[in-house]
Design a protein around this ligand. Structure first.
Ligand code: PGA
Length: 260
């Protein structure tokens, strides 16, 4: 991917009304002026997107949806399609978040259908993968990552590294305050990179961008962003407070020393 700045993505989950999200976005626009070395992406709930895009107009801060349906339109009560997201100013969508997989029982086959639908509609994708605690404990982390990547990316001939980013999010670290150790995160990122090269021979390993997610906060951002192979963060809880979110971005900018 040509843009080598760390991605600092905010996954608000089911938090913030459109008004609250708008105020956050307005504050972020001012605070982000000093942070050209990171790439901000906000993922509000679907109801906030249309309003929040206004606050981000003419700025470098990008917007995305937290989920989407694979169909363009149809009788799917409660769902949102890729064209609906793009019409609200989205350039991104999160697919396969562990809460979608485990609470809403999304399958790899369902996730697989969404990825080309998103890309075809012009959306860039953050695909989330990660093992559960019992899987880490029984030593099957790498198998789980391989199974998810194989299942989710099946049928793709090439890996569009400039438009498809992987977020490694160990399920046991999400919203728990327990963050992966640098060793655990570094190993998993290296495994993801190697599996992608296995699945897509010829893909230069450095081309794939891999984010870390799971209890990232300003207190642990420095040690995580320094790990080779971590290209940014997908942040839940700590992204709800604009000052804490910006602090993580500041730390990431300093630690990665990307020339802007
Ligand atoms: P967390 O969530 O930062 O609250 O752990 C991360 C995520 O689910 O993307």
């Amino acid at each position: 991917m040509s843009d080598s700045r760390p991605i600092i993505a905010a996954n608000w989950k089911m938090h913030k009304t459109p008004q609250e999200g708008y105020r956050f976005a307005q504050q972020l626009v001012t605070k982000a002026l000093n942070l050209p070395g990171v790439r901000f992406i906000l993922f509000p709930s679907a109801t906030g997107l249309f309003h929040i895009q206004d606050a981000l107009k003419d700025t470098a801060i990008e917007l995305g949806g937290q989920n989407m349906h694979a169909a363009q339109e149809g009788a799917y009560t409660g769902e949102t399609s890729a064209p609906m997201l793009t019409a609200c100013g989205c350039r991104w969508v999160i697919i396969g978040h562990s809460e979608r997989r485990h609470i809403f029982h999304e399958t790899d086959a369902g996730i697989r259908a969404k990825i080309p639908a998103a890309l075809d509609a012009g959306l860039n994708v953050i695909l989330c993968i990660g093992e559960r605690l019992e899987e880490r404990r029984d030593g099957s982390t790498e198998d789980i990552l391989r199974r998810q990547l194989q299942g989710d990316l099946a049928g793709m001939e090439t890996f569009p590294a400039d438009r498809l980013i992987i977020a490694y999010e160990p399920v046991w670290a999400i919203g728990t305050g327990v963050v992966a150790t640098p060793k655990q995160a570094g190993e998993a990122h290296a495994q993801v990179r190697a599996i992608l090269q296995e699945l897509f021979p010829g893909l230069p390993g450095d081309d794939a961008k891999i984010l870390y997610g799971g209890s990232v906060k300003s207190a642990n951002a420095a040690q995580l962003i320094q790990i080779p192979g971590i290209d940014g963060f997908l942040i839940g809880g700590a992204s709800l407070d604009v000052d804490e979110y910006v602090k993580i971005a500041e730390i990431s900018q300093i630690e990665t020393k990307v020339e802007s």
